[in-house]
Ligand binder design. Sequence first.
Ligand code: CAA
Length: 246
Amino acid sequence: MTQRTALVTGGTGGIGTAIIRYLARQGHRVATNYRDQAKAEAVKEAMAKEGIEVLLVPGDVKDPDSCEAMVRIIEGALGPVEILVNNAGITRDTTFHKMTYPQWMEVVNTNLNACFNVTRPVIEGMRHHKWGRIVQISSINGQKGQYGQANYAAAKAGMHGFTISLAQENAKFGITVNTVSPGYVGTDMVMAVPDDVREKIVAQIPVGRLGKPEEIAHAVAFLTGEEAGWITGANLSINGGHYMGW
Ligand code: CAA
């Protein structure tokens, strides 16, 4: 199989780490950004023990200049980015009537504006080389809304609008653009939801449990594969049956 260069943002978090591991095991060169050096070193060390070499580059997805610099460093070290997974994300949950402007902006900047900041520096290279795979990691809550997440749901829904426009503009350049919408996966982000609230959420999942990060990584690997060239503009729900939109 063709070895590609992959950038997965937010690769020090639960789902991001699983995606990096999966793509690396497929033989791809993998890179991610970090803001917290200690967390990055721990991830690098854990990956090295599994025989996975990951390039970690400082970068804040909220900041366009930082993203441009990060992409240039990755390209210098590993070659042009051919697979991009916009995965970095945060929550600042609170009901809208209590939400502050910073809580709104941090979430929109990190989840949605980051898609511009990171994709803009890689898209010309993909168009030039006539091959690319872009995946947005959105959320079930961008599809169905969620009490306490007006900021997050708006940003996550916006990510799929980004996907379907980019998919149209870049199809003729061999670039596919898709969204994966995970449900509640057992990461730190979901475990931060109060226990009683989370238990009620899990009770609504037909499969009867939280998702595993590898179950999301598996879908990303599928969508970024060579054989997935006819899948573009899709939104793949992976949520244990929690939301069955069509
Ligand atoms: N539907 C209807 N009512 C709800 C509700 C719901 N889903 N959730 C809470 N409420 C009600 C409560 O029953 C309570 O009602 P009473 O006042 O009548 O008792 C009331 O809302 C509490 O409202 P407050 O404004 O006082 O809320 P709060 O400040 O105590 O906290 C919250 C609200 C922060 C939203 C909290 O409920 C919460 O954390 N909810 C979970 C949000 C969530 O699912 N986040 C997902 C994080 S993981 C993630 O985002 C990953 C991913 O992509 C899936």
